[in-house]
Each structure stands twice: as structure tokens, then as C-alpha cells.
Design a protein around this ligand. Structure first.
Ligand code: NAD
Ligand code: TYD
Length: 339
């Protein structure tokens, strides 16, 4: 089987490709990625020489290019997106272009090529926010209520994918997962930012009162969920993939990281809140457990230890990022807080 993976040079996409090439040696993968600031081919070093892996540098909204490379493809696994909420607040346009126009382009070409499966990777952020101190969770029936330009464009892309199923019978599946963490995540997101700032003995910014909660999912567990959906998922269905740890505030998450790293809590600096910062995410993942037999294999602490070790051992990777374009982004984002 030939797979077209979009956004395979990013954090989750590269984990998927490295896993798939190793565990499905009879399949071929074409990775389409335009290498935005978030994409890096270094993440794919272990597969770069594999005869069943090919990289194409290009944009998912480039219809002629997508037409060309969709030839012979059986399965599309669509990761490519602009993904950082804070950047979407600074400038929503790239999110509209990649997440909406890009997804439309892939769907349109997939429809023409009669592919066997279009799997769309999405986020729990499309459901909006939950209140603190309540025990309700997101599930597959939760109404969409996105509140940032990022989540609004991801919600729009989910709707488009479903529309192609109902209108054109495109064989789709969708997964909406919670916040991933793990090796090789771009250090603009909370966990890798906290780890790398701590390694540099720099202050770690915490938005608002730090009480917001995320439902953390170790990236390898996310990959195993996607594999099950591709192998056993029902066409037209959506699966929510939830995390290892719910009910943990951002502040407690960063304190946990600092304690595992043997660093002082003085490194924490409270900063202005993100506009519209969703208060709490929590996923009820009983559908994928019951129907496909998925369960996360790592607990939160083990996942964090693996992640911290990776950033310790791969300083060159993140130092190169942090000395490039990231510096301007960081100054724009946290300059007013003196960071
Ligand atoms: P990432 O930002 O690390 O990587 C995104 C990749 O997509 C990059 O390699 C980038 O170059 C590529 N890309 C972006 N726009 C493109 C375009 N127009 N054409 C071609 N390539 C393009 O993202 P990630 O964290 O790996 O997330 C992957 C997917 O998972 C996204 O769809 C995201 O919405 C979803 N998701 C992520 C998380 C998370 O915690 N990281 C949680 C839920 C859902
Ligand atoms: P983030 O990792 O950006 O993921 P998302 O916004 O997609 O959930 O942010 C997770 C939470 O951490 C969110 O409530 C915002 C907060 N946060 C901080 O407190 N400090 C930071 O430096 C960042 C990047 C995020």
C-alpha cells in the first residue's frame, strides 16, 4: 500500500513515519511537507535512506502538485497544519491557508483519485473549553465550539472532511486528540518550552493564573491510536483519543517537569494570559477503547522522563531552533513580560 503522509516533517507526523516504515515494511510512504518553521528533516534521519520512503517538498494547497503525487496512493494520513494557538492569535492567515484551503485541496484530489482512506488528524480544541472543577469531558457527540483562530480552522477542516464523506462518499476517518508531548516537539509549546528553558536556566512563562488544564497524551500512544484507526476504524467515524493525565494544571505540569529535572521552581514566571485561553480540556476516550481496543501505554511521569532525556541528549536540535526564527517569535510573544 502507498501512503501519502502530509506534514510528516513535523512533530507527530515524523513519529508516525518513523514508526510506520519500521513496522510496515511492505508499505511505501510519500511525505508531502513544505517545511515551515515547524518542519525539520532531521526528525526523519532514520528513514531518509529507506527505499520505501520519499520526501516531496511542497504545499498541500498546491493542486497540480497534489494531483501529481496522489497517483497510486491508497491512504492519505493528513497531519499538515499550522498548529500553534499563540501564533494563530498573532496572524490567522497562514492557518486559513494551510488548515482550510490545504485540506480542501487534498480532499478534492483524493475524491478524483478514488483513494481507499482519508484519515484526518484533528484536535480536541475544536470543542472549545470545559469549566474547571467539573467532571464532564469531551466525547464524539460534543458540539463544536472553537475559540481561537487555530481551533476554528481545525474545526472547519473537520467539517470539510465530513462533508466529503456525506456528499461524495469519500472514505474518511477523523481523530481528535488531546495535547501531545514527546521527543522532537517544537519548543514553542508548553512542555518542550518548559524543558528547554529549564535546561538553559531561563524563566518559564505561565499564562494567567496557571490553573488551565490539558489532557496530556504521549506521542507514541497517539501513533498507536492512528494505526488502529487505519487498520480497524469504521469509514465515516470519528474517534477521540485522550491522554494519560487529566486534571493537572499547567502550573503543576511545569512544577512536575522541574522536579524531575532537579530544577528550582523559581524559574517559573507568571505572564499575561493568552486571549481566550481555553480553561480545561478532558477527553472521554471510551469509544476507541471499546471499539478498537486502544489504550495509552505510558503513564504521564514515564512519558515526561523519556521527553526530558531526549531534550537533554539532543541539545543541538533545539538550540539550533531557538537561535533562529524562534527568537523573533519569542520576543514578540513574551517581550512585554521581560522574557
Ligand atoms: P507541527 O507544527 O509540529 O508540524 C506541522 C507540519 O506540517 C510541519 O512539518 C509543517 O512544515 C507542515 N505544514 C504546515 N503547513 C503545511 C502546508 N501548507 N503544506 C505542507 N506542509 C505543511 O504539528 P504537530 O504538532 O505535529 O501536529 C500535527 C497534526 O496534529 C496537526 O494537524 C495538529 O492540528 C494535530 N494535533 C496536534 C496536537 C499537538 O499537541 N501537537 C494535538 C492535537 C492535534
Ligand atoms: P500549548 O502547549 O500552546 O498547547 P494548546 O494551546 O494547544 O493547548 O499550551 C498549553 C497550555 O499552556 C495553554 O493553557 C497555554 C499554556 N502555556 C503557558 O502557560 N505558557 C507557555 O509558554 C505556553 C506556550 C503555553
Amino acid at each position: 500500500m502507498k501512503l501519502l503522509v502530509t506534514g510528516g516533517a513535523g512533530f507527530i507526523g515524523s513519529h508516525f513515519i518513523n514508526y510506520w516504515i519500521k513496522n510496515h515494511p511492505d508499505d511505501n510512504i510519500v511525505n508531502l511537507d513544505n517545511l515551515t518553521y515547524a518542519g525539520s528533516l532531521v526528525n526523519l534521519q532514520q528513514v531518509i535512506d529507506s527505499p520505501n520512503y520519499e520526501f516531496v517538498k511542497g504545499d498541500i494547497s498546491d493542486m497540480p502538485l497534489v494531483e501529481k503525487i496522489m497517483n497510486g496512493v491508497g491512504i492519505v494520513v493528513h497531519f499538515a497544519a499550522e498548529t500553534h494557538v499563540d501564533r494563530s492569535i498573532m496572524d490567522p492567515w497562514p492557518f486559513i491557508q494551510s488548515n482550510l484551503v490545504g485540506t480542501y485541496t487534498l480532499l478534492e484530489v483524493a475524491k478524483k483519485h478514488k483513494i481507499q482512506r482519508f484519515h484526518h488528524i484533528s484536535t480536541d480544541e475544536v470543542f472549545g473549553t470545559l469549566e474547571l472543577d467539573k467532571d464532564h469531558k469531551f466525547n464524539e457527540e460534543t458540539k463544536y465550539n472553537p475559540r481561537s483562530p487555530y481551533s476554528a480552522t481545525k474545526a472547519g477542516s473537520d467539517h470539510l472532511v465530513r462533508a466529503y464523506f456525506y456528499t461524495y462518499n469519500l472514505p474518511i476517518t477523523i481523530s481528535n486528540c488531546s495535547n501531545n508531548f514527546g521527543p522532537a516537539m517544537y519548543p514553542e509549546k508548553l512542555i518542550p518550552l518548559a524543558i528547554t528553558n529549564a535546561l538553559e536556566d531561563k524563566k518559564i512563562p505561565i499564562h494567567g493564573d496557571g490553573k488551565n488544564e490539558r489532557d496530556w497524551l504521549f506521542v507514541e500512544d497517539h501513533i498507536s491510536a492512528i494505526e488502529l484507526i487505519l487498520e480497524k476504524g469504521k469509514i465515516g467515524e470519528t474517534y477521540l483519543v485522550g491522554g494519560l493525565k487529566s486534571g493537572m494544571s499547567n502550573l503543576d505540569t511545569v512544577k512536575k517537569i522541574l522536579s524531575l529535572m532537579g530544577k528550582d521552581e523559581d524559574l517559573i514566571q507568571m505572564v499575561a494570559d493568552r486571549p481566550g485561553n481555553d480553561r480545561r480540556y478532558d477527553i472521554d476516550w471510551s469509544k476507541i477503547r471499546k471499539e478498537l481496543g486502544w489504550e495509552p501505554k505510558h503513564n504521564f511521569e514515564d512519558g515526561l522522563k523519556i521527553t526530558i532525556d531526549w531534550y537533554r541528549e539532543n541539545e543541538e536540535w533545539w538550540r539550533k531552533i531557538k537561535s533562529g526564527e524562534f527568537k523573533d517569535y519569542y520576543a514578540k510573544q513574551f517581550g512585554n513580560d521581560g522574557l
